[in-house]
Design a protein around this ligand. Sequence first.
Ligand code: NAP
Length: 280
Amino acid sequence: MRVTIFGGTGLLGKALVREWKSDQVAALGSKDADIRDPQQVLKAVTQTRPDWIVLAAAYTDVDGCETNRDLAFAVNSEGAVNVARAAKEAQAKLLLVSTDYVFDGLSTTPYEIDHTRAPRSVYGQSKAAAEEQLIKILPDCCIARTSWLFGVGGKCFPDTILKLAASRAEIDVVDDQRGCPTHALDLARAIVQLCHNNAKGIVHVTNSGDCTWFEFAQEIVAQAGSPCLVKPTTSDKFVRRAPRPQYSVLSGKSLNHYRISMPAWKDALREYLADRSSSR
Ligand SMILES: NC(=O)c1ccc[n+]([C@@H]2O[C@H](COP(=O)([O-])OP(=O)(O)OC[C@H]3O[C@@H](n4cnc5c(N)ncnc54)[C@H](OP(=O)(O)O)[C@@H]3O)[C@@H](O)[C@H]2O)c1
């Protein structure tokens, strides 16, 4: 099987390249093909002749999207449409990586795949628009929503906490936003399986279990053996441009259909920390 990854230079893209040993993989960054340009996308797809396209490319700066709305939509929505049209023309299957930000963040129980999209940030709106348009262009495409991605090879929350913990005696972390941390390597492994299983429709792919950012930070510091004290605080102390969901736990039920089980986030964190120290 041939696979083309758009976003192959990003956090998830690098993990996909590491994990995707069984097939022939072409990993493309924005210099190889800017997904805003339909001609570049078509050329890349024609040259790589994929059976599957994984669309992990996105403008992922959530706060940046608030002030660069046009760029957010150009990359995350129109770019995704360009990739879907090229996939259709080449008769390739498509998996779009999407996000918990398509929801309103007001639920108190895990979001199921058919919960209404109601994004509150520009980033979420641009990704939700991509989902809606891709389903129209390629009704059999797969949309894998994930959340709170971390891993080596990119900026991520555990790395930020460990760097802060190295220079501070205590750090304040918000305790009023709950979600599911997801190790990029586990997500990559699940995506490989989804493609091998000809997955269609929406699936939620996160590590199992959920926590607040404070609980996540506490566990990071504990597993790393740092003496830094993590203290709970509230979101109003950390005002950001884009609204953050209070609750974005994604239900894992949709993965059962493919018999894919995701490791618990604390185990995933352990693997990340080992990976981080061996890659330094
Ligand atoms: N990070 C999270 O917490 C999170 C949570 C939920 C969902 N997601 C989704 O997961 C996916 C992967 O996220 P990530 O964290 O791995 O992203 P990332 O590290 O920010 O990487 C973004 C990737 O997109 C590429 N890209 C950006 N603009 C592009 C353009 N105009 N044309 C072509 N490629 C472009 C980048 O290429 P270059 O580096 O070569 O420019 C890079 O490979 C995204 O779809 C994101 O929406 C992420």
